[in-house]
Design a binder for this molecule. Sequence first.
Ligand code: JFZ
Length: 423
Amino acid sequence: MTDIPDAGQITFAQDPQSQGNPALGWFREARFGMFVHWGVYAIPAGYWNGEPTPHMGEWIMHDLKIPAEEYKQLAASFDPHDFDAAALVDLAVRAGQRYLVLTAKHHDGFCLWDTELTTFSSAVDAPLGRDIVGEISQACRDRGIKFGLYYSQTQDWTHPDAAGNDWDFDPETQDFESYLQGYVKPQLTELLTGYGEIALIWFDTPQGITAEQSRDLVEHVHMLQPYCLVNGRVGNGLGDYGQTRDNEMPDEPAGDWETPITGNGTWGFTDNTEWKSAREISVTIAKAVSRGGNVLLNVGPDSRGAVPSAQVVELETIGDWLQRCGASIYGTHRGPFRALEWGWSTASSDHVYLLVENWPAHGELVLPANVSVESARLLTDAGGTSLEVRGAQGGAVVDLNGVEADAVLSVIELTGAREVAPL
Ligand code: JFZ
């Protein structure tokens, strides 16, 4: 039912020295965020002169080898004048997301802010003439959710000295270091000095960047905002937190990490309508938090800036579930019970939470053999129905007879759960 493979790994490592970083406090608390992939690729939306792109929407320029000068003309059609940053952030809040990460610059080089370094932006070349980074950062501040920025540091298909575009530019004669020093760092300076507190910078596809160059970027970010986190995709094992591949679930990861997941099969908007269900996403959140990680769920607004309504429904359903069951997610950490047949466990300082993916048909939820429990209650209903626990001394059973499973994912809160004897 879920297409997110288990037994993945942390591909982009957390720098072990970062684990004590106090800025990770909010990250561990938040657990669930909104990724926003938005740019001029939302206009072709997966088709170029009627030809479909074989891959994700935001990769259309690369995959169809569209010449940079031709692709850049798209900016002249970028005019989502009804875009409402407050409405987008309100959707994140309703979905129960505690941080938002916006693609300030993706691999195509289009910038969503008023940058001095190129006119290829929502503020200058686009008739829209607006600073989207500014608008969304303000809306996040207004609603009290953390704001971070995605920035493609290695690939920039419209910059002659960056990586990724070998159909317009000759890799042999490129000067990547001059692009890093003369373009990437000045742009990061704009982003980290012009928009208040930036919670994190989300770098991507490090590819051939050297350890020295990755370190230079980390230091640049931290020099400008010491509490701004840097994700593992800065490359060379230097992230403040680790990251899996896209849509992947690591097995038993150490440290702090995040898995970025699509809402359908693409990051940038296309006509793909294969939405992951609220249940599927809540199971992914449960798994990630039970292993100490966060989930960053993508939305790809269309060329008018709207999130497809079918996805809005799923997001609102997740938000309703988190209203009922958020105690098992926000601020919790790895659960004590592993390899459960029926689901996942998380823990706070006071409680253990059982997130029951497979509701037992026989009405009995069997806990691991060496566990005793004082009491159990269902988080699913407003009253928090208490559940009977039998055989508390070793091999406890929570009685679920007559109890209805949650429409999304059932959560049981245990009080006084402890190991009575090592297995
Ligand atoms: C990257 C981007 O290329 C993509 O457009 C999107 O922004 C996504 C969030 O990140 O895609 C990747 C990056 C890393 C892997 C796969 C896709 N990986 O390590 O398998």
